[in-house]
Design a protein around this ligand. Structure first.
Ligand code: SF4
Length: 361
């Protein structure tokens, strides 16, 4: 991979995005930039198990060389099976050397799930089982970052009937700090921001119950989705390609998992060209969640717990004499909410069973 110099302007821009991703005010940009420029690069050993390498691709893709350069400058990537030139015995030696030289200091990044069925024989590298490699490398690591849904929760390989007994890292390693950055693939900025957080504040970020950084996974997609006003107004695409779909209406009835999926895709987007699945007309698959993507049918509807717009939303219509969802939300809030919210939900959402996973297949 060819690295290139980043201009100061682009460098500060990347630091700004990473700072915003962490939920920090703009005044922290200089502090984050100083951490990036420090020579204190954490050693990283990157392991690949059952996966497609999409997480590495997303992180290091050539369409954003600045981001790839920044990440490679930020960490000392001592072992990465996809990127390193070494192969065979040389690669094995490189892993041994990286572990010995950085004992107790290195971050172990894991990409891919780990098979456990039949004593873990379904994934072997250089004759060694993945589970043995993980335990050996994790044993001397300072912390582990599980990148992608596979390493975090088992991913697509763990979908029923889970023939290899695929598991995520946190189900197998219990005595090390673990940060999960799920997604399929995850947004590279979430990895960058996690490493920057460790460098800037000398500790791992606050995590949720699935060990995900709260700064990136603290809110549902549904909360900030650009199609949310259509959800609140009861305007839904019913089929792919119908009038509602072409008009950009809400994708809930097409199986969107946004209401139960905690992630920042809706605000951070991908590829620096403002692209993300829902923006292109594809319902959210729930790839940052445990037991949603790969476990629910694509057209299966999720339960919605947040059916009224937040009171901070502008009303959809203010015409005199019309009942608006914004108005309902305000009345609901003033009245104690629950009954009004349930009424709105009942009025505009289909029965849960309606069309579950059956239409359009
Ligand atoms: Fe957006 Fe999906 Fe929520 Fe509709 S259901 S507003 S498309 S996240």
């Amino acid at each position: 991979m060819i690295k290139r110099e980043i201009s100061r302007r682009d460098f500060l821009k990347l630091c700004l995005v990473a700072t915003a991703t962490m939920g920090l005010p703009v005044s922290f940009v200089e502090k984050v930039a100083a951490a990036v420029k420090s020579k204190n690069r954490p050693p990283v050993i990157w392991l690949h198990f059952q996966e497609c390498t999409g997480c590495s691709e997303a992180l290091l893709r050539a369409t954003n060389p600045d981001l790839a350069t920044l990440i490679l400058d930020l960490i000392s990537l001592d072992y990465h099976e996809t990127l390193m030139a070494a192969a065979g015995n040389q690669a094995e030696e490189a892993l041994k050397k990286a572990m010995e030289e950085n004992k107790g200091r290195y971050i172990c990044v894991v990409e891919g799930s780990i098979p456990t069925r039949d004593n873990g024989i379904y994934c072997k590298i250089a004759g060694k089982k993945a589970i043995d490699i993980l335990q050996e490398v994790a044993h001397q690591a300072a912390a582990i970052i599980a990148i992608g849904n596979c390493a975090s929760f088992g991913g697509v390989q763990s979908a029923p009937p889970n023939p290899t007994g695929a598991k995520g890292v946190m189900d197998l390693i219990k005595d090390k700090p673990i940060v999960n950055i799920p997604g399929c693939p995850p947004n590279p900025y979430n990895f960058l921001a996690t490493v920057l957080h460790v460098l800037t504040f000398k500790k791992i970020p606050a995590l949720d119950k699935y060990k995900r950084p709260k700064f990136a996974y603290g809110r549902t997609i549904h909360e900030h989705c650009e199609r949310r006003p259509h959800f609140d107004a009861g305007r839904f695409a019913e089929q792919f390609g119908d009038e509602g779909h072409r008009q950009g209406w809400c994708l809930y009835k097409l199986g969107c998992k946004g209401p139960v999926t905690f992630a920042n895709c809706c605000t951070n987007r991908f590829n620096d060209i403002d692209v993300w699945p829902i923006g292109t007309g594809a319902p959210c698959a729930g790839c940052t969640e445990k037991g949603v993507a790969f476990f629910m049918a694509l057209r299966e509807k999720v339960d919605v717990h947040e059916v009224t717009p937040p009171s901070t939303y502008a009303p959809i219509s203010t015409k005199k004499g019309k009942v608006t969802t914004g108005g309902i939300a305000a009345v609901s809030a003033a009245a104690g909410a629950a009954v009004g919210a349930a009424a709105v939900a009942a009025a505009k959402l289909p029965d849960k069973g309606e069309g579950d996973g059956k239409e359009g297949r």
